[in-house]
Design a protein around this ligand. Structure first.
Ligand code: ZN
Length: 139
């Protein structure tokens, strides 16, 4: 993966921005939109959904992946994360684990913002030596 040349498909950017607008973040005010491109070419969206019981909050990335699974999609090409922050927003630790479950280790995870700046990581960079379904094969 050459990170310098990765271009986010326009439809994926639009989908992430649309999801961002639906974020439910009355407590943190930290709105996040995500969109993933499945292996079959479908785009799925997610936004963060907070709760008055803070620990029940679910991030945009995990909602996005769950949305895909509900639609019968379990394999992905890439995921993008949109925020209106100066610093690119990487997935949190919990989301990194869920991304590692469904994405190839080399798959790009791309954060971009309202200034159209972007940062690209591979899944392996975000969660090296991830615990994955392969680790359960010996059980
Ligand atoms: Zn997260």
């Amino acid at each position: 993966m050459n990170k310098q040349t990765i271009k986010i498909p326009a439809e994926l950017k639009i989908a992430a921005k649309q999801a961002y607008l639906n974020a439910y973040a009355p407590y943190s005010k930290f709105h996040v939109g995500a969109a993933a491109l499945t292996t079959s070419g479908t785009i799925v969206q997610g936004c963060n959904v907070e709760n008055a019981s803070y620990g029940l909050t679910v991030c945009a990335e995990r909602n996005c992946i769950s949305h895909a699974v509900i639609k019968g999609e379990q394999s992905f090409q890439m995921i993008v994360i949109y925020t209106e922050q100066e610093r690119m927003t990487p997935p949190c630790g919990a989301c990194r684990q869920v991304i590692a479950e469904f994405f190839e280790q080399s798959a790009p995870v791309i954060a971009f913002n309202h200034k159209d700046q972007q940062q690209v990581w591979s899944v392996a960079e975000l969660l090296p030596d991830a615990f994955t379904p392969k680790d359960l094969l010996d059980i």
